[in-house]
Every structure is written in C-alpha cells, then in structure tokens.
Write a protein that binds this ligand. Structure first.
Ligand code: CO
Length: 300
C-alpha cells in the first residue's frame, strides 16, 4: 500500500465512521421528545380598541381551552398593521412572520386558527402561507414544521350556517321580538361572498325579523331596506356580523354620518338601536371557533 493509498483508506474509514455516527445520531433524534405544540390565532385585525378586545377575547378563550399551549397572534390586514405601527408604535406580525418565528423557536406542531368569517381572499392568502410552511416541513427544512394545519373559516359548510344562525337568533332574541335585527357583514368581491346570502336564508328559516347586509357587496343595505318595507316592523337594531365591532361597526353601521346604516334607517322612518359587539365577543361564537380549532389537531 502506497502512502497515497493509505491516506485514501484513512479518509474512507473516517468517512464511514462519520457516516455511521451521523446515521445513528439521526436515528436517535426521534427518541428524544422534541414535540413542541403551538397555536397561531389569525384575525383580519382592528385598529379600534373595542375591536382588538374581541380578538383578545377569542385568544383568551383559546388559552383557557389549551392551558399548556402557547398562543400566538397574527393579523392578515397590512393596512391595519401599518396603521398600528405608525400611530401606536405597535407591531403585530402577519401570518408568515409569526410562523417563521415559531419555526425559529423550535415549534414542531402548529395549529392555525382562522377567525375569518368566509373563505374569501384573506382566508385564501392564509391558506397559501400555511401550505408553504407545510411544504417546507415536508422537505425537512428548518423553516417548516413536522405538522401544520389550518382551521376552516367560521362559515365553511351547511352545519356552520345553521349553528351561527342559531347563535345569532339567540343572542339577539329580545331585539328580534320587538323589531328587526339588521346584521352587517363585511362583504367581498370573492365568490365566497355568497355566504352572506346563505346566512340570510339560514336566519329566515328561524326568524323572519333578521336581515343580513354587507358593507361592500350583496346583500346590500338597499336589500335590507327592501326587505324591511315588506314587514310591519318599526324598530331596527343594527349589529355586526363581523368578528369585531371595529371601524365599520362604529362608523358605517352605527355612526352619526348621514350614510351610516343607523342614519339611513332613521331617515326611512325606523326607530334604531345599535349593538356594538363583535361575533368574537360572544362565548357561543368563541366555542364555535374552538370546535374548528379542535378539528385541526385531527387533520395532522
Ligand atoms: Co373593510
């Protein structure tokens, strides 16, 4: 054996040794309990304190249901995040940033709870981000997770419309007895906007005094007014069908400007009341979200 060959043999042995060491070390890792579960709560966001309170109420409900699991928060609205940073020097993460931080802190199993009402644009964006982190996990990169699952939005199937309609008729039972209840959803140019019409139908099956409208799409305020005119109801209570009673609820729904729902209803001759509570403020809706979150653990 020449010196050259000896050197080669030495390095070959070394490589095999290290190879084995590396392999056995890799086989040891799963033995070590490295599972770290985390929850990421995702909301559209709000710049209004009462709106953020509703999001925090949902977060507290999740923390109560999972006392041993850390709950992180992310917003999907860039406009809101920029506004909070500019005006209040508060920095809320978007979902991609929050998940990257969780991966960096060795979280392995992540459940993402969406608090979006419909599977529209915001939800689809979130789904793409979660899919990206899932792919990174599948490829074994440090930036991914072993398991990641996303909950359905609040209104994802027939059972959800039935359940939310039940909740809404219950929480506004007194107002619906004395008059009409006009619920304000956000609305979206996305096809999922049809969910608001579906919610209207689900509510009408339980109580004809409920009306659903959206800020941006259909059903519109004019649809509500047309519906009201067919009834003998004299009083209308306006309430949000959004997670939070934020900027839209305060201004577009219950504001004093002449184009708010409250003002336009008053102008049309109705006596008005407003309930400034978001869906997230109600324990019944929090429970609905918790049930959606519970399903994400099975999905993994
Ligand atoms: Co808006």
């Amino acid at each position: 054996m020449t010196t050259k060959h000896m050197i080669c043999a030495f390095f070959l042995t070394l490589a095999i040794l290290f190879g084995f060491t590396a392999t056995s070390f890799a086989h040891e890792i799963p033995e070590v309990k490295t599972t770290k579960k985390g929850i990421l709560l995702v909301a559209f966001g709000s710049t209004v304190p009462e709106g953020e309170a509703a999001i925090n109420a949902v977060k507290e409900a999740v923390e109560k249901a999972y006392p041993d699991t850390k709950v992180f928060l992310a917003y999907t609205s860039r406009i809101i995040m920029v506004k909070l940073a500019k005006e209040q020097k508060r920095f809320v993460d978007d979902p991609a940033t929050a998940l990257a931080k969780m991966a960096f802190h060795f979280y392995t199993d992540v459940s993402v709870l969406s608090t979006h009402i419909i599977p529209g644009e915001e939800y689809q964006d979130l789904e793409a981000v979660v899919d990206g982190f899932r792919l990174m996990g599948e490829k074994g990169t440090k930036s991914g997770f072993k398991h990641i699952a996303l909950s359905e939005p609040l209104l994802a199937n027939g059972h959800d419309f039935e359940r939310l309609a039940d909740i809404l008729t219950k929480i506004h039972a007194r107002e619906a007895k004395e008059g009409a209840v006009a619920l304000m959803g956000h609305g979206s140019p996305h096809f999922a906007n049809a969910a608001y019409s579906e919610l209207q139908l689900a509510l009408w099956r339980k109580n004809p005094n409920f009306f659903v409208g959206t800020v941006e799409e259909t059903p519109s305020f004019e649809d509500i007014l047309a519906g009201l005119k067919k009834t003998k109801l004299k009083t209308v209570t306006v309430a949000p069908a959004m997670l939070v009673a934020g900027d839209h609820a305060k201004n577009d729904m219950a504001g004093d400007e002449e184009d708010s729902w409250k003002s336009m209803l008053a102008k049309a001759g109705y006596k008005t009341n407003s309930k400034l509570k978001g869906l997230g403020d109600y324990p019944e809706v929090q429970q609905m979200l918790l049930d959606k979150l519970a399903k994400t653990w099975d999905k993994k």
